[in-house]
Structure formats: C-alpha cells, structure tokens
Design a protein around this ligand. Structure first.
Ligand SMILES: NC(=O)c1ccc[n+]([C@@H]2O[C@H](COP(=O)([O-])OP(=O)(O)OC[C@H]3O[C@@H](n4cnc5c(N)ncnc54)[C@H](O)[C@@H]3O)[C@@H](O)[C@H]2O)c1
Ligand SMILES: O=C(O)C1=N[C@H](C(=O)O)CCC1
Length: 231
C-alpha cells in the first residue's frame, strides 16, 4: 500500500517503521494542514495528528476519495459530521480510540464485566488512565470508550474527569513521563475490589492495529470499527 501519514510524531514514526517492515511504502509524512497536498496516488491515509487538525484532515481525504484510518483522540464532538462526510463522498473510514489488539479484547471484557456487575450496586465503578506527559487530551479516548461501554451496560448516566458524582463514573487521569498507555477499570465494595487492567509496553500495538485496519479497508466503502477488523 502507498500510505500518507497525517501526523508524524510518536505514532506516525512508529507506524512508518512497522509499515515498512510489512512491505508498505510511506509516500507522505505530513505535519501540517493537508489542504495543499495532492493525495491522488495514495491508497490510504493514516491520521495520528492533533485534536484540532483531525476533522479537517479526515474530511479532506474523503473529498479526495482516499480511505482514512484515524486514531487521533480529542476531536470526537465532530465524529458524526465526519461520518456524514464519508457517506456523502462514498468513502471508507475507521476511527478507533485504541487500535491495539489487547485493548480491543479489553473492551469486550469490559462490556461483559459491566453487564455482570450491573446486578451488584454495592460496587463503586472507577476508571484510571495513565499516559505520558506530552498527551494533549484528558481523559484518554480509550478511557471515554470504556466509560461509554459501562454506561451502556449499567445504570450509570455519565462520566466525570478526576472526581466522582452520584450515578457517574469517575475517570482519574494521571500523566507520568514515558508511559505509553495504561487503563484500569475497578469495582470496589466494602468487602473487596475487582479490577481489569491493560498496560501497553510500547506504541507498537497501536501502530500495528492501525496498519492492519488500513490493509483491511482496501476496496471497501463505508464506516467501520476495529471490531469489524479484528473479530
Ligand atoms: N487510537 C490509538 O490507538 C492511539 C494510540 C496512540 C495515540 N493516539 C492519539 O494519536 C494522536 C497522536 O499521538 P502522538 O503520540 O503521535 O502525538 P505527537 O504529538 O507525537 O504527534 C502529533 C503530530 O501531529 C502533527 N501535526 C500538528 N498539526 C497537524 C496537522 N494540521 N496535520 C497533520 N499533522 C499535524 C505534529 O507536528 C506531530 O508531528 C493523539 O491524539 C493521541 O491521543 C491514538
Ligand atoms: O499516547 C496517547 O496519546 C494515546 N492515546 C490514545 C487514547 O487517548 O486513548 C490511546 C493510548 C495512547
């Protein structure tokens, strides 16, 4: 595949290394607005940029008929508009708050556990996420996905950053140098605590998942998720 990398920071560079190992060609490494680039020779754009740029990057690709894989977090208030743009342009799109196989397995466990725990209101639910200090958004996109999955399977009505309110899920966000990404979902009662945890040891899992998604979306049209790709 001929790949355009939209965003060439920590993730863009990791994707470049792993994509080359899999025989792909990186034709653009873009660190700025993409309006002026001719992407017509590109098979797929992989966007790991910044929250302010993601929506414009993604929709510009749809207008140029390029499939998009996006992992940028912190722009999701415009996700529905991006989906509409994909459909209008008969495009192809996958967004995931986390592309790693491990986290996508963790998502499935999280949903199942929340469904089981919904019968036991004595357990207080909490989410903790830990990331490196350069991260621009909080809470992480992954933590928001985990909270939304719990809300769909319990009576919890919302989530809140760094504090707990009645009926909501607190998401505690910590920033520690060099941590690629850790997520913990816990259920605490006066008697015991139950926890599930995912610890990324590097960015390779996120990058590999995004490349696998880019390979999978070739010759497809529509809006898909990592669940479609992996399971
Ligand atoms: N979904 C996942 O699996 C996953 C995994 C890791 C990171 N992320 C997300 O990916 C994004 C990037 O993470 P990172 O650690 O590589 O960040 P980073 O800060 O290292 O890199 C971001 C890059 O985007 C570039 N950029 C700035 N404006 C741009 C624009 N208009 N168009 C294109 N590029 C632009 C910056 O110059 C930089 O090179 C973040 O939102 C992060 O939360 C998602
Ligand atoms: O390093 C980051 O930034 C990460 N962002 C994603 C998120 O916000 O969930 C995935 C994990 C790494």
């Amino acid at each position: 595949m001929k790949i355009a990398l939209l965003g060439y920071g920590k993730m863009g560079q990791t994707i470049e290394r792993l994509a080359k190992d899999r025989g792909h060609e990186i034709v653009y490494t873009i660190k700025e607005k993409i309006k002026n680039y001719d992407l017509s020779k590109v098979d797929v754009a992989i966007d790991f940029s910044v929250p302010d740029a993601a929506f414009e990057n993604i929709t510009t690709c749809f207008e140029q008929n390029i499939p998009v894989i996006s992992g940028t977090t912190g722009w999701l208030e415009r996700y529905d508009e991006a989906v509409a743009s994909c459909k209008e342009n008969d495009g192809a799109f996958i967004y995931a708050s986390n592309f790693s196989l491990g986290v996508n397995l963790f998502f499935e466990l999280n949903k199942k556990l929340a469904e089981m725990m919904s019968s036991f209101p004595e357990y207080a639910i909490g989410i903790e996420e830990i990331h490196h200090t350069q991260k621009l958004d909080a809470p992480s996109g992954t933590a928001i996905t985990l909270a939304e999955q719990i809300m769909e399977n319990t009576d919890r009505k919302g989530w809140r950053l760094n504090r707990a309110e009645e009926g909501e899920i607190p998401i505690m966000a910590k920033r520690i140098e060099n941590v690629p990404g850790t997520h913990v979902v816990s259920y605490k009662s006066p008697i015991d605590t139950l926890k599930i945890e995912h610890i990324a040891h590097s960015r390779d899992g996120f990058a590999l998942g995004a490349i696998i998604a880019a390979e999978w979306i070739q010759n497809k049209k529509g809006v898909f998720s990592m669940k479609d790709v992996l399971f």
